[in-house]
Write a protein that binds this ligand. Structure first.
Ligand code: ASP
Length: 298
């Protein structure tokens, strides 16, 4: 993980070393005051320039993907459809376990909060995350839900929700793990136990680095594939079904942000339990109930 030579790590595409170097470099830039600011500006500008190039490539991508998928299906036949369906189903079940098993369990064990009440209140952010496939675009709805429906104080929510939307992407990490195993199977490449551990580690780091917008999880998947020596073209196999999976994994990501916000707020004594337990809290009816004073009785 620790690069002895970051330049050669970049030349060889050693993603884990590159990520570790980038994390340390980013921290150092932040802590370097005014001089660090020049470096930060340089990299911000470089980011804009590179994104322009990425935009050109993305415009060309549909034609490239069409050619890649045609070649894959022409050489491997329709037999590939069954593993693809299995990939889709495996990931869907994994996301469901995370949303309806892991998070509720954490809420109960670490926050002593009722998971059922939590899940009911997740309706709006989940619907918004599903339709936009972007945790970033969902932030206003997530923030409103966490603060007004779940009773988390603004001092916690205003920090944990944007931070969670940026770095907490369990659904994305899970997709990258399942996709890597699927692609390895299709190409007939055996992964060793060390490879699996590397996949877990790289997928976690790659999901942290994934931007909270649609489809980026697929871009950072290249890091995971590169780390275990799988061909990047493998992404063409799953790109066709990724939009729907992206919508689902974004719901999982946003649910995680809300669950963690509630747990942290509970541990900091910054959650209003009566708001959390009120099924109508934060809704329009409750807003009007609270803001329109009842007329005095004669
Ligand atoms: N769409 C995801 C999100 O915004 C990121 C991804 O997995 O592509 O949370």
């Amino acid at each position: 993980m620790m690069p002895t030579n970051p330049v050669s790590a970049m030349a060889e595409g050693n993603m884990l070393q590159i990520i570790v170097f980038a994390l340390l470099f980013g921290m150092a830039v932040t802590m370097s005051g005014a001089r660090g600011k020049h470096v930060l500006n340089f990299f911000s500008d470089l980011d804009v320039v590179i994104m322009h190039m990425v935009e050109w490539i993305m415009r060309l991508a549909p034609y490239g993907v069409f050619a890649l998928i045609t070649r894959t299906f022409a050489t491997q036949g329709l037999d590939l459809l069954l593993p693809l369906a299995a990939y889709f189903l495996t990931l869907t079940v994994a996301l469901a376990i995370q949303m309806f098993g892991t998070y509720p369990l954490l809420l109960r064990l670490l926050g002593s909060l009722d998971p059922l009440t939590f899940l009911k209140k997740m309706r709006d952010p989940a619907a918004f995350a599903f339709s936009t496939a972007s945790s970033g675009a969902t932030i206003p709805v997530t923030l409103h839900t966490v603060e007004h429906k779940m009773g988390v104080k603004n001092s916690i929510a205003a920090f944990s929700v944007p931070l969670g939307a940026t770095i907490n992407m369990d659904g994305t990490a899970m997709m990258q793990g399942v996709a890597t195993v699927f692609i390895a199977n299709v190409y007939g490449i055996d992964l060793t136990m060390t490879d699996y551990l590397l996949v877990v580690l790289t997928a976690t780091l790659a999901s942290v680095g994934t931007a909270a917008v649609p489809g980026v999880g697929l871009v950072t998947l290249t890091m995971v594939l590169g780390q275990v020596g799988l061909p990047v073209e493998g992404i063409a196999l799953i790109i066709g079904v990724d939009r729907l999976l992206d919508m689902m994994r974004t719901v999982c990501n946003v649910t995680g942000d809300c669950a963690v916000s509630c747990i942290v707020a509970k541990s900091e004594n910054a959650i209003d339990q009566s708001v959390f337990n009120d099924p109508n809290a934060g809704s329009i009816e409750s807003a009007t109930r609270h803001s329109i004073p009842t007329p005095p009785t004669p």
